[in-house]
Structure formats: C-alpha cells, structure tokens
Design a protein around this ligand. Sequence first.
Ligand SMILES: [Ca+2]
Ligand SMILES: [Ca+2]
Ligand SMILES: [Ca+2]
Ligand SMILES: [Ca+2]
Length: 263
Amino acid sequence: MKNKRTLMLSVTAMFIANLFVGAGTFTYFNDVETSTGNTFTAGTLDLKVGGQDDPNVVNITLSNMKPGDDTGYYKWVLKNVGTLPGKVSVTFSVIINDDNGLTEPESACDTTGGAGEGELGQYLKPGIHPDDIPDDVKPYVTIIARNDEEGWYIAEVSAEVDTGGTIGWGPKGWSVPSIVISQWQAGPPHPWGTPGLNGFGGKPYTYGPTLNPNDEIAFFFRVKMDNDLQRWDGTKWIDIDDNIIQGDSVEFNITFRLDQVVP
Ligand SMILES: [Ca+2]
Ligand SMILES: [Ca+2]
Ligand SMILES: [Ca+2]
Ligand SMILES: [Ca+2]
C-alpha cells in the first residue's frame, strides 16, 4: 500500500516536474510524506480499592472480643484501572497490642504491665490446622504449601466453601477466598516465629497472577479466637487462662498496592 502510494506520488512529482521543465524552469525531484498519528503516551498504573482511589490504606481496630468470636471475612475488591499490567499486594503494618489496663481477673494471669503489651494479637488466630478442615469442605481443598513448625498452610479451594482460613485472594463475587492462607498457631512468640495475628505484622502478601488492566481480585481477611485459649509450645497445646485478653485491643493498617510488572 505504502509502495503504491509512493509510486503514485513519484509519478505526480515527475508530471509536475515535466511541467516546470516545459515552462523553462529547473527543479529537483522531491517527495515528502508526512506520517501522522504518532503519539507516545505513558501507560498508567492505578489501583482502586472497593471502587475508590482512597483509601488504599485501611485501619482496623479489634477490641471487646471474647473467646469464640469470629470477625467473619472482611473483603476488599481490588481493580487495576490503569493501562499497564501490575502485581497487587497487601501489607500488614506492625500489629499494635494494648492491654488497656488490667482487670482484676486479668491481673492474676497477665504479668506484662497493663499499659501496652496486650495479648489479644497472640490469640486472634487465625485459621485452623489442615487436619481440622471440615470433612464436607476437604474435597474442595488442595494444599499447595504447608509448614507445621511455623503453623501455616496455603491451599487452593475449588468451590465457594469456608475453610476457616485467615487471609486469601478470590473472585470478587465470592464470600470466601479461593487461595487461602491459614495460620493456626497461637500464643507468645516462638524461637522460629510469631504466632497469631501478630505474625502477619510487617509482612507483604502478593497475589500470584498478574493483574491486567480492568482485572479485579478480592482480598479477604478474618481472625477468630478459640473458645478456650491455648498456646503452642512447639510440640503441644498448653492451656492459657482466658482472662489474659480481657479488655485488650489490637490495631493495625492494611496497605494495598499495585506495582508495574517488569517484562
Ligand atoms: Ca486488658
Ligand atoms: Ca499484658
Ligand atoms: Ca484456656
Ligand atoms: Ca492482657
């Protein structure tokens, strides 16, 4: 097409040139073509959380909880509204624990002050041990990674069933994650890690697949407390006086971000 057009222009130019020659003037052949429509626009990377630009940071404060409580799944739908593919991740801030003073029964078992140093984050746990996944749910669960010492597993779930997990990613229409991370240990820090909700503090969790423009993915988060607080000593569960978390609170931020994928 281009060659054809070039040829036509050349023929036209020769015709015009001949006219000028015939008129007694002298000219050189020339042929100028202008290429139009060439624009260079920087791509965009833009994340919307729940349909909004702001906040990409959410603050969560958990207080007034008691043994047996379950927050249910919090859910945020994340959308790439830019023009470039990206990786989406969430990061938990350090989990801030506060004793909020010691009640009289609490003071009998809580030896850590009363101003700060709360224990709620240690016992807000988390998910369940993979062996405790309900029998009617198990057929839909494929465990893809597991670490019993640190007390977590990661699984893929093929149906919208509740595995009792802690955090995860899933389709925006689901009420539970389809990729679930379950952290099931509770109690004070171990030599090899920090159990409970505290263990999430300061850590990023990245969604594996690339989030292309207009793609959406939901992030889920939930914590619950056992009916009877216990701590894990590395080999077995040891009973803890449930009063240790009376009046305690935890506060933290979750930050959502989208990073450009480098090809
Ligand atoms: Ca307290
Ligand atoms: Ca305390
Ligand atoms: Ca207990
Ligand atoms: Ca306490």
